[in-house]
Design a protein around this ligand. Structure first.
Ligand SMILES: NC(=O)c1ccc[n+]([C@@H]2O[C@H](COP(=O)([O-])OP(=O)(O)OC[C@H]3O[C@@H](n4cnc5c(N)ncnc54)[C@H](OP(=O)(O)O)[C@@H]3O)[C@@H](O)[C@H]2O)c1
Length: 284
């Protein structure tokens, strides 16, 4: 384990963002990390707009937020499928028409797939690109300008530890997350002096429905470091409040991945990563 390289102290505009009474929009809030983000932001007094495809699950999330943190919080549900290019605009228009300013945008919705590239269903691969990258970028385009106008705000984009290197057998997923990481870091720099923090959240394995959706073989992540969503989210919100550009949970900052790998020749590195990913795959 190793700490990531510490960034030099930099001047930011404004104080630490006070979340209490402000509003966050969380995509993919019906389960896993997104649901936990909604719960923890509510515990800090934030009003919420939560979205995903499964309206019933969103109702359950809203119900437990109201039960736990009181009826004074405003929790709004806007169901939507981010594969539809009209959905980001619909979310933007609906919050605007309701005079709701989004102070914090959490682009969490996303999914992955493990296996041979040529066997990845065409449709699944296409949807992965659309949701993980295109919809996320549209959401940033729409919701950041009003934050800049106010001189305060934030975006948390869900990247992954998969963002940091090519992943054979998760080629598309890792590439979408590399996109998210790079765009977020670039925007962090563009906006840091204008009061808006854009942070990439890069968890490793987290106990959610992710692995089932991605078709991981049974038991594949048993020997890996798997964190609970509440641990990942607690650290992420603290890092965001410190205006960090990037957050990887401490337990998942691997010395091999972040430090040693820089000294391993590319071809060797690709082979090593392929071996790690295919551990537990049926023999060919
Ligand atoms: N769990 C991990 O190990 C891990 C590690 C690194 C990064 N991540 C990232 O964390 C994020 C959240 O994943 P998770 O682990 O919490 O998995 P999850 O429990 O499967 O949650 C995925 C969320 O995305 C939503 N979603 C999926 N497709 C959507 C679509 N077409 N339109 C709108 N919403 C959609 C789902 O809601 P509906 O099904 O209701 O639409 C669900 O709320 C993803 O971006 C993932 O890549 C996860």
């Amino acid at each position: 384990m190793n700490r990531l390289e510490k960034l030099p102290d930099i001047n930011y505009a404004g104080d630490k963002m006070d979340l209490n009474g402000k509003t966050a929009l969380v995509t993919g809030a019906s389960s896993g990390i997104g649901k936990e983000i909604a719960l923890q932001l509510a515990s800090r007094g934030m009003n919420l707009v939560i979205t995903a495809r499964n309206e019933e699950k969103l109702q359950e999330v809203a119900g437990s937020i109201r039960e736990k943190y009181g009826v004074n919080l405003d929790v709004r549900i806007i169901p939507g499928d981010l594969i539809d290019p009209a959905t980001p605009k619909k979310l933007f228009e609906m919050t605007k028409n309701n005079n709701t300013h989004i102070d914090l945008l959490v682009n969490n919705a996303g999914f992955g797939h493990i296996g041979d590239f040529e066997k990845e269903p065409y449709d699944k691969s296409y949807r992965m690109n659309e949701i993980n990258m295109v919809a996320l970028t549209s959401m940033c385009h729409l919701f950041i300008p009003p934050m800049l106008e106010k001189g305060e705000g934030g975006v948390i984009n869900l990247a992954s530890t998969a963002s940091f290197q090519p992943l054979p057998y998760m080629a598309v997923y890792a590439a979408t997350k590399a996109f998210v990481l790079n765009m977020s870091l670039a925007l962090w720099e563009e906006y840091r002096e204008r009061g808006v923090t854009v942070m990439a959240l890069c968890p490793g394995h987290t106990r959610t429905d992710f692995h089932k959706t991605a078709e991981f073989p049974e038991g594949k992540i048993q020997k890996e470091i798997v964190l609970e969503p509440d641990v990942v989210v607690k650290g992420a919100i603290e890092a965001f409040l410190k205006k960090e550009p990037l957050y990887v949970p401490e337990e998942q900052r691997s010395f091999l991945q972040f430090t040693l790998s820089k000294f391993i020749p590319l071809k060797k590195r690709l082979g090593m990563t392929a071996d790690i990913i295919t551990r537990g795959f049926p023999k060919r």
